[in-house]
Design a protein. Sequence first.
Length: 604
Amino acid sequence: MTDTIDTSTAGDIADGDEPDGPIIGTPSQRSRWQIDIPGVGQADLRAVKWQLYLSLVGLFLGLAMGALQASDRGDFALEEFFNRPVNLYDAVGLQSYYQGLTIHGVTLALVFTFTFSNAFMSLTVMKSLKRPLASKVLRDASLYLAWTGVALAAWAMLANKATVLFTFYTPLKATPAFYIGAVFLVLSTWATLANLVLTLRGWRKDGHEGERIPLLAFTSIVTELMWFLASIGIAIEVLVFVLPWSLGLTDSIDPQFTRILFWFTGHPIVYFWLLPIYVSWYLFLPEQAGKGRVASDGLVRVVFIAFLILLPVGIHHQFTDPGIPFTSKTISWMLTFCIFFPSVATFFSVIASLENAGRNRGGKGLLGWIWKLPWGDPSVSGQLLAGIGFILGGVSGLINASYTVNLTVHNTAFIVGHFHLTVGTAVALSIMAICYWLVPYLTGKKLWGRRLAVAQTWLWITGVFIFSRGQMQGGIAGMPRRTNISQATYVDRFTPPLDGAANILKNWDVADGLTAIGGSIMFISGVCFFIVILGTIYSKRQVAGVQRMPVADEPFHPVSQTWPILDRLGLWAGLATGLTFVIYGEIFLHYLPLELVPGGFQLW
Ligand code: HAS
Ligand code: CU
């Protein structure tokens, strides 16, 4: 998939113009630095860059809160060391653990991930269809909506007017600015999707009628389409129920019904975080790892379509909730087991591409290719380690999904262990690793601090393994999640203390200690990431020539061997909608009418 680049127009385009040929960089850089997407101008690139920077602002805030949470878990040790209680929340002017936890969840789960998708999916579609985004208005609208939304929600959270955690379960009530901010952020993702669809349509009209959608564009657009359908639950929740209630237009709310709407979106949202990473693992990582090829075009399409169709499994977050028929819970765990499979297929398929890459680099024997992979490239090492972390994340997902086992782990720290291996590693570490090629690509600067970047990826995986081990063990010993454990007046009285450590480490202390140590290592890793990225952005070392996106070559089983029906996006979206109606139809039929309760709470 290498493009032939016409560089002849470089140098004669004025700032702000949208040239027909490939052109990028400030005037002084133009003769030397270009990107490999025809027709993409300064303004397009700027929009992608500022979406990405917003994503990194989200990451930074989230990491800072994570450090505070780690300090809370390490409270018992800090107190021992300093001989007095230590409260870092007070020190930085936050009112409570829960205020910090809200900022942590929102900035990481919503801001970091959504705006990364806006940036990355726009770029991959432009690359794949070899043209800029169709609508400049939608492109800019998406950017401004995202920044405005984040500013509103951030103000609300920092002012402690929205300490409702990222799930904003009612009757916890936040100030309207928080919900309006969230609406803007979701609208920014919709604007991006609309633009990608228009771009695809433009590509078709431009002499590509009847052609297969290139794989990179296909996967990116299915990701966004899946999210659009998924987000309808939260859109109804906020616009019809929660926002009017927060504005004082209505005075009562149905907590359980808004929860069902939340999890309608809250499950597939995790695949909106994951699928941009799958785009990278399938189509970028093998190329970066040594010109590995994708195993099968058709398989990748089927995997993405499966994520689209198997959208309505949100009830697996509500196995313990009242008001939901048991049949729906049963269907949900069965479908959750089904949605495990596209990831298993990804596991085998991506590793096959990596093996191909390792063998291209001279790897021999059953496992010898692994050591031949370019572990010294931080973008590769980060994504490989993220994949390794995800294996455990996936397995723990299956534990959660098993109805009876879920009754043991639900609402315990075990779940926190699970999702730091999935979103906190497969996604977060991969995004950081992708930034190691993406930021140089977008800024025309050479990556600064390459070795530090490699160390950063190892630090992250080390930290998260310790952290998740702590949380999972704590969860199995009954430690609740979302709880200011250092202030809890109860402790685990059942788990026997460690031999020989009885007087020092008791109850949940081991779990807390591992969480604190792992979380602190993750924070240090995050700081290293920002040092590398800022070092790169402000570096004086510019790259020369055409910057190429590392997209993998033609799959072994090419598109010519796959069914054309796979490209019928409308059909698959229709099937997803149909299945959703059947599953949620049954729930709503049993549930309605609403059980409204007056008032609302601001607890912390
Ligand atoms: Fe989950 C709860 C089930 C995947 C995130 N999940 C959560 C929550 C979050 C979350 C945030 O059924 C908590 C929400 C809250 O606040 O309450 N989850 C699953 C299942 C999967 C799964 C079955 N989760 C994810 C992903 C997430 C995520 C992905 C974020 C991105 N999860 C649950 C359930 C709950 C839950 C229940 C509710 C629990 C409760 O009681 O509250 C599956 O999709 C997982 C499939 C994954 C695999 C792994 C494949 C491995 C691959 C790696 C390849 C390796 C490479 C490296 C490339 C089958 C693809 C190779 C390296 C070399 C060196 C060769
Ligand atoms: Cu889920």
